[in-house]
Design a protein. Structure first.
Length: 523
């Protein structure tokens, strides 16, 4: 999730600014989806758009070789996307879809009834797209045209765009489908030539052959270098800064050959790869003066500083490994037969048990797995590892109070008040909410910084006036420092809300004890 990494790095450089990096990516997204969403994205008035896309172009939704394709005519597909905003069009489309499903089941339902198959294996219609074939050329036209329209829309709204080169695993991902043609050798021939050149330490020639092997691979799950050429071309035409992502990834790879060192399989980066991506975008933003013309050299910490403290836990690595094993248990990594991963895997630890339930049952999320594991660690008294699970959660979804509350409660339980304060102050970059202000106020009261605690509790009650816990704590605080008038106002409001409960009577007793103490001091 390199957008999250980028956001934290930017906040560390510009703590005085409110910076939000919104990730609009999801499974099988391609340029048609991006173009369809552009008006809604631009309506949010972003300061900058960052685009890293292209690997799903052939097989993503409405792509030229996708099971969800509407054909290879770009004008027709764009017209369809516009029409589907009309209710009458959606009504007619749904009627036709229902009628078609009753009289003729889809080819996918007939041929692909295996429920263990991955999304990757379900979306492909054309499994052989030869290099420079008509379908291949249609894919280039689709990508260039849609990306050009995206940049035009952004330009009309004066929203700058940063484009990025695409990277993939060239060294350790063998071609999926290898077919020789009259004009080009088979992808596997090029791959073997690359291996031979590498054995001879001719890494420049090896790289050339590896890229040819990737481009000639007839199963188009990795974007060809022609896409990078299009990205360069449009970057120059629209004066959009370009992230030289290949330079970054090759620079972090042995002999400049991108492989399993940074990639899980054919193109999804490992955590180290995502930190590189975030750094590449950050440096391009800096070089082009976005956010501020000059960035403080002192505040631009190296990527390694964030990678070492990011909060990745064993749960993350266990879950990632399972996802990849499941992915590789299906086509195209396995040519035929059912995916046996779910039936054959036997968990060996509590981390694997929780992660496997999430992956197998599909009812939870990785975030819920972190919560379950943290609760399990707390039961065992393993507070350090429980804390690490919560850190992983707030780094992944820093805007959700659900993840902060158990973490802060844990830190209070083990009396790590200063650490809890630091986390809550950092949280204000993401959510300046009643929850954060209330906890800040309560912690300052615990640390005997009563005036400061009152300040934050008042701020919390401005945001959420009916929070009984905050009212209770601020009432006690006012009585503690002898401001009885303010305390009595809060006490009266609390009685109307909760009645003559034990909590209310405790406050009355506390008021009386503080009043008595003050009178004794006066005497």
């Amino acid at each position: 999730t390199f957008p999250r990494i980028l956001q934290r790095r930017l906040i560390s450089i510009f703590p005085e600014k409110h910076i939000e990096v919104v990730n609009c990516a999801f499974t099988a997204i391609n340029s048609y989806t991006m173009l369809d969403y552009m008006d809604e994205i631009l309506a949010q008035q972003p300061d900058l758009l960052l685009i890293y896309a292209g690997h799903n172009e052939f097989y993503g939704a409405l792509g030229v070789a996708s099971m969800e394709s509407l054909g290879q005519n770009r004008w027709f597909v764009k017209s369809y996307l516009k029409l589907q905003r009309l209710k009458i069009f959606i009504w007619i489309r749904d009627i036709v879809t229902v009628a078609r499903s009753r009289f003729s089941p889809s080819p996918d339902s007939l041929a692909n009834g295996d429920p263990t198959r991955t999304v990757m294996s379900r979306i492909v219609k054309d499994k052989k797209i030869l290099y420079n074939s008509p379908t291949y050329e249609k894919g280039l036209v689709q990508f260039r045209g849609n990306l050009q329209d995206i940049l035009k829309k952004a330009d009309r709204k004066n929203v700058p765009v940063i484009l990025s080169e695409l990277v993939s695993n060239i060294r350790d991902s063998r071609p999926f489908v290898s077919v020789a043609t009259d004009n080009y050798p088979a992808a596997l021939t090029e791959f073997n030539a690359a291996r031979a050149a590498e054995r001879q330490s001719d890494f420049g020639r090896a790289k050339e052959h590896y890229y040819h092997a990737k481009d000639y691979d007839a199963l188009r799950f990795r974007a060809p270098e022609d896409f990078n050429d299009i990205i360069h071309e449009l970057s120059a035409r629209f004066k959009s800064p370009l992230v030289p992502m290949k330079v970054y990834f090759e620079g972090a790879s042995p002999n400049g050959l991108i492989g399993d060192n940074l990639m899980w399989e054919h193109l999804h980066p490992r955590s180290s790869g995502y930190f590189i991506m975030a750094d590449a975008f950050l440096q391009t933003m800096r070089e082009n003066g976005y956010i501020a013309p000059d960035w403080s050299e002192r505040k631009v910490l190296p990527s390694a500083a964030f990678e070492s403290e990011w909060g990745l836990t064993k749960m993350d690595s266990v879950y990632a490994r399972m996802v990849i094993q499941h992915l590789k248990g299906s086509w195209p990594f396995v040519q035929e037969g059912p995916n046996l991963f779910m039936t054959q895997f036997v968990p060996q630890s509590v981390e694997e048990e929780i992660a496997f339930r999430v992956l197998r049952d599909g009812e939870g999320t990785l975030e819920q797995a972190h919560l379950q594991l943290a609760a399990e660690y707390e039961k065992r008294g393993d507070y350090i590892n429980a804390y690490k699970e919560y850190v992983a959660l707030i780094y992944t979804v820093p805007t959700l109070e659900l993840f902060y509350e158990p973490m802060i409660q844990l830190l209070v339980k083990i009396e790590k008040y200063e650490l809890a304060l630091q986390i809550l102050h950092n949280a204000r970059h993401y959510q300046d909410s009643a929850f954060v202000h209330k906890w800040l106020g309560q912690l300052y009261l615990v640390l005997d910084e009563t005036e400061r605690g009152i300040q934050y509790l008042e701020s919390a009650l401005e945001r959420e006036p009916n929070d009984d816990q905050a009212v209770y704590n601020i009432t006690r605080a006012y009585y503690r420092i002898g401001r009885f008038d303010e305390g009595d106002k809060r006490l009266a409001g609390l009685r109307e809300h909760i009645g003559n409960t034990n909590e209310f009577r405790q406050l009355e007793e506390f008021r009386q004890s503080m009043l008595t103490e003050q009178q004794m001091k006066g005497e």
